[in-house]
Design a protein. Sequence first.
Length: 690
Amino acid sequence: MIDYINELNEEQLKVVQNGDGACLVLAGAGSGKTRTITYRVAHLIEQGVDPKNILLVTFTNKAAKEMINRVQELSGGKVRLPWSGTFHHVSYRILKKYAPLLNYKSNFSILDSADSVDLIKICLKQEGVDRKQRRFPSAKVVQSIISYARNAGETIEQVLELKHPKWSDLNDVLSRIADDYRIRKLSANVMDFDDLLVNLYLLLLKSERVRDAYATQFQYVLVDEYQDTNRVQASIIRLMAGKHKNILVVGDDAQSIYSFRAADIKNILAFSAKGGSAFGGEGYPDAKIFKLETNYRSTPDILNLANDVIANNIKQYDKDLKSILNPFTKPEVLPFSDNYEEAEFIAERILELREEGVPLKEISVLFRASFHSQALEVELVKRDIPYDYRGGVRFFERAHIKDVLAYLRVFNNKDDVIAWSRVLNMQVGIGPSGAQKLIQAIALADTTEELSQFGSMLSSRGQMGWNDFMSVWKKMLLVEKIPSELIKAVLDSKYTEYLEYEYQDYRERLQDLLQLSVFSERQSDLPRFLAEASMQESYNTSQSERGSDDEKIILSTVHQAKGLEWQAVFILNLSAGQFPNDRALSEADGVEEERRLFYVALTRAKKYLYLTYPLSGGFNSLNSGPSMFLEEINRDLISESGFIASTVFTPSEQSDFSGWDDPSDDVDDIVYEAVDEGGPRSFLRGIDEL
């Protein structure tokens, strides 16, 4: 028998022993929610509940395996949970049995993200869309639009209005493509990841026999990370628990940060009678609400700050996290003149922490958006501080950064055939063979007038693409021949249109490029700037050659850091317009989600927490001051090391890459590595994630 009283705290014990009926467990950060769920399952089994009558749903395979392993440890390895896993895994098992009811065969295949894109390309072709003839959303972008619509329960028109308002005229054609995509999947007897969820929901609605069978079988339904569910997932769970009404959902509304994936915070806010009356939607009026507020991760100093920050949100359940640890040191808020001074401080403090005994792997730097890391990455390279990058690709390895640098490279060196190939293949109507013809002709050209005439060797579609390129080229000729002005010229061209049609996260990519422009202002010499960018890109290779056993700090977006923890955490670029993201100010409930994101960042720290921001040095942020979130903080909860919101600093004068030797001295040491950009941001990337 498990000694629950001695192995659980009072809050956890109440959930484990009194979790019958509809229950909402509000599990604060670091409060032991996984432990609570697994002990609840073990308790049910001890009470005689057959494991096959327990449905345990998680969001990741990692979480599912961890819970299964813990339950097996508690039971001495005797218990197997046949119905535990991710939403997609559970859906797949049921659909394999009942697929014929939806006009599928039981041996249907699953499309991964790459397969889905390939099929959508066929739909685009069938619709008569030729992306080499005219700009049109890429298959990846079309996939993301269709996926969001299905998970959010919205129409294509609604998604376009929300995410691509300039594309309202594409509603009809994209709706036809979505319908063709659905028909082709059914004809080929295949489902994509979204189908696993949507089709299970449709199956449960369509077949009373199937719905009753599973609602009867699953006496107890437990759901982890409920704040991250979308409308389809919440509806599936409600139907599964429809008979016995023993539904226990665990989550933290204060950590709901995935609305861009169609996660709906209303699912958790409207779960109870209180939530239902305040926020609408179907809930459980008699639901019991448990709160796990004992935090085992962070010091009281950090938790007091986190509690103070999240208290500013209106739409939430009240919680007050309490630490079991002794007070240590207050979080520090530090302003700097610009991004580079901020980066210098962070790098210096990292080295000091290492000397004080904090392992590098226990140090993390978090940021709202990936482009915020650029200045720090440069500083870490200069100081030879190894790091791993989470949540994306390193700054100088990103496809769009390479695109713009390719424009600068051909402007600087007409013989750079690699850069020419990249630039030309982006243009409408210019394929590999056309690009090769152009490259051979360009090598012999001496004037812009000669370049303008090369379109005649291409098809009519290719001439359109060449004219687009020439419009960019001519813009570059009109500006001062320094990196920052040349980059701005590229951004003030059809390249930004290319970004939106090619990538669903084009706004973030545009921010990256604006940050590249800011970075380039520190160097007026074009060849040297390009050499510097290349050395930054090659650093990833040189780090990997040092071996996997080297300790490294972690650089991560806040979204990717959720669920993780470190002894020391830096949150950088907490300046107005950057965190919260300026777009959030115009979105419904956008500021509250941004504040939840800030809360998640704060609660990753165990002992040391540093909040930093530049007063200048970022686009649209000159002397903009600290984030509104910093302004909200109770000053008694922080170390006020220079935190004076009204102070105006003079940006440090650094006209050159100080500390760097002539890049030409290191050319022989540079190793170049091709880095794939990665696919669209989706719930799953491959079948192994089911």
